[in-house]
Write a new protein. Sequence first.
Length: 248
Amino acid sequence: MARRSARYKVRDRNQDDGANVHSLFPRERHWNPLEEENRERKYVKNVRALSPQQQTLIDAITERSVVVALGPAGTGKTYLAIAKAVDALDAGHVSRIVLSRPAVEAGESLGFLPGDLGEKLAPYLRPLYDALTERLGTKRLKALLAEGVIEIAPVAFMRGRTLSDCFIVIDEAQNCTYGQIKMLLTRLGWHSTMVLTGDPDQTDLLSGLSGLRDIAERLERVEGIGVVRLGEADIVRHPLVAGMLTVL
């Protein structure tokens, strides 16, 4: 009993002095990652933009059926797309989520991976699982995966499908060829939203093989499709990431 009282006193003292309380979101509307180093990151129910261009991406996903999000690492492209997918599922706007990612290694060959097909693909799809786990929690994510409400598949398995009444996220699209992205775009069915994310400057394919940049430039001329370009000012990872990308 005495130890419990002491613990409550420590907690109340910390709340009073406010020394350990940090705001998740910046006070300034035009946030720059290079200007704020001590920004705490915690789970929030309703995702909010941390930059004007991130808000443009959120609005585009809400209003358009096809959105292409381009930008350097750490700008929140994948996280925002998956957060909007989960929101659409919870609101009943779609009946399932389909996430796809090319199984391309980042500059090194891992050889033959052990296990069944799911185990072989797991390392490539880990970033999607991480974002889904944060938004849904481990228990609910496992249940939705088991029920088929959420499907995670490599690009190679998407040909011939028609994806209706679902939210589709194509992650790391810079590692897809022009033909692959064209195939993925034509999978779109009725009452569906498709978001492609990627950084054309950070492809793991041989020079000239990535089709994301060319596809984005062509789709900008199509009415009803949103192409959003994020930059270093939209990076929400460590402030040094933005600094490094300006010189690398």
